[in-house]
Ligand binder design. Structure first.
Ligand SMILES: [Fe+2]
Length: 141
C-alpha cells in the first residue's frame, strides 16, 4: 500500500502506511516473544500476496480498514480459544491486542470518514494525503 501510494504521488499516505507496516511488524514480534518466553517455537505462516491493483487512495484505505477488522476477528478467535482452555495468561496477554484493535479500527474509520466529508476530487485527495501525513505518528504520541 505504501509502495502504491508513493508511486501514485501520495507521499503523505506512503509515509503513513510505511510507518503502519513497521508498527504491525512490532505487534508480530510481541507475539513471537510471548511464545518464545514460554519456550514455544513461533511459526510464521506465509501471507497472501498483497493486491497490486489498487485503483484509488480511498480503496487503499478501505482495504486497510477491512484488514484491521479481519485482524480483530482473528484476535477474538484466539481469545475464545484461550478462554476455553482456561489459559488466563494468554487471555491477559491478548488484552493489549484488543485495545490496539479498537484504536486501529477507529483510526481507519476516521480516515474513511474524511473521504465522505472532504470528497474524492483532486483537491480533496491532496488534503487527505496531508491528513495521512499528519496521522503517520499519531500512535507514537
Ligand atoms: Fe493493525
Amino acid at each position: 500500500m505504501a509502495s502504491w501510494c508513493k508511486v501514485t504521488c501520495y507521499d503523505g499516505a506512503a509515509c503513513f502506511f510505511r510507518n503502519h507496516s513497521a508498527e504491525e511488524r512490532e505487534h508480530m514480534l510481541k507475539i513471537i516473544q510471548y511464545l518464545n518466553e514460554l519456550k514455544i517455537h513461533a511459526e510464521i505462516p506465509s501471507i497472501e500476496k498483497p493486491s497490486q491493483n489498487m485503483k484509488s487512495l480511498e480503496q487503499v484505505c478501505k482495504t486497510a480498514l477491512k484488514n484491521e477488522q479481519n485482524v480483530t476477528k482473528l484476535i477474538n478467535k484466539i481469545i475464545d480459544t484461550a478462554q476455553k482452555a482456561n489459559d488466563h495468561r494468554t487471555n491477559v496477554f491478548l488484552e493489549w491486542f484488543v485495545n490496539e484493535q479498537i484504536e486501529e479500527e477507529d483510526l481507519f474509520e476516521t480516515i474513511m470518514q474524511e473521504f465522505d466529508v472532504i470528497g474524492l476530487d483532486k483537491l480533496a485527495l491532496y488534503e487527505i494525503d496531508k491528513i495521512l501525513d499528519r496521522l503517520k505518528n499519531i500512535k507514537d504520541a
